[in-house]
Design a binder for this molecule. Structure first.
Ligand code: CAA
Length: 286
């Protein structure tokens, strides 16, 4: 299937990543089914998209008419059955391998045979998810960065069986969504998180060992390295539970102690201090 043949996309997961993906897809002209497990979660995601698009109108980046049309292209969905009307599913559910496997098994039974399954996983092997379906040739990684509407990169990852047609379709779709697609191998953490997460983990070690206060650590990296935000603020944005799960994937995947998660990261997650989404991580949020 070529990129031009994709008309309707289901995005599974209406959280910060799924919502962002749905937004860029709707703005690019696709019909989007924004799916989550209950109507509240879907509505929260939809409302966040509406607010983002309204801000774009206020800033003169798009018109009221464009925003109204983009929102009208988004269907709110609480059933994976809706995949039967889709040519592509982009899965952006919680970073949990058994949950993602279950979603892929269910989708395989409902989506049309031609539909491509992309996953926004940041760490689960694409080949493992593909093996949950009878269409491993049409399963691919499409790893967006947070916040999706702003960040230009999408990592594209082939599983062992992904065919060239699927790769080409998804690479072209990435460009159509306004992103720069970069192909990387199906290796733990791909490239982005293999480099980013050890840096974040090291920043947490600096805090753990009292080398600096959170503000000091973040200021060093912002002003000293020109990073747009410090590593601890970025960890709060990504979610500390997600950061921990990626460190565990690196640790187990490479069997290398250099990827050992900082005990303070583990403790914050145990305490429910997950970052922006829970109101408190290394910083406190209103
Ligand atoms: N959704 C939509 N737009 C957003 C947004 C969001 N969640 N957050 C910020 N923006 C927009 C703002 O509205 C603003 O737009 P305007 O130009 O219209 O004002 C623009 O982005 C810049 O935002 P701010 O002025 O508030 O702040 P900023 O200049 O510091 O930019 C940032 C914010 C874009 C998040 C920037 O700090 C940044 O690039 N941070 C690093 C982000 C990063 O590293 N992301 C990768 C995370 S790793 C990952 O995602 C992979 C994984 O698997 C874990």
């Amino acid at each position: 299937m070529a990129q031009n043949d994709i008309k309707a996309i289901m995005v599974v997961g209406a959280g910060q990543m799924g919502g962002g993906i749905a937004q860029v897809a709707a703005v690019a002209g696709y019909k989007v089914f924004l799916n989550d497990i209950n109507t509240e979660a879907v509505k929260r995601g939809y409302d966040r998209i509406a607010a983002n698009l309204a801000r774009n109108v206020a800033k003169g980046r798009s018109t009221e008419d464009e925003t109204t049309a983009a929102l009208a292209r988004i269907m709110q969905s609480v059933s994976l059955d809706d995949a039967k009307a889709c040519d592509l599913v982009i899965e952006a559910a919680t970073e949990n391998v058994s949950l993602k496997s279950e979603i892929f098994r269910t989708l395989d039974a409902t989506a049309p045979a031609h539909a491509i399954f992309a996953t926004n996983t940041s760490s689960v092997p694409i080949t493992e998810l593909a093996a949950c379906t009878g269409r491993a040739d049409k399963v691919i990684g499409m790893h967006f960065m947070n916040p999706v509407p702003v960040m230009k990169l999408v990592e594209i990852i082939r599983g062992l069986e992904t065919d060239d047609a699927t790769f080409k379709t998804i690479e072209e779709l990435g460009s159509k969504l306004g992103k720069t697609p970069v192909e990387v191998k199906d290796s733990p953490g791909f490239v982005s998180n293999r480099i980013l997460l050890p840096m974040i983990n090291e920043a947490i070690y600096c805090l753990y060992e009292n080398v600096g206060a959170p503000e000091a650590i973040d200021t060093v990296m912002k002003l000293g390295m020109n990073h747009p935000m410090g590593p601890l603020a970025l960890a709060d944005l990504i979610g500390l539970d997600t950061c921990l799960s990626i460190m565990e994937v690196l640790y187990e995947g490479f069997e290398d102690s250099k990827y050992r998660a900082c005990p303070l990261l583990r403790q914050y997650v145990q305490a429910g201090r997950l970052g922006v989404k829970s109101g408190r991580g290394f910083y406190t949020y209103a």
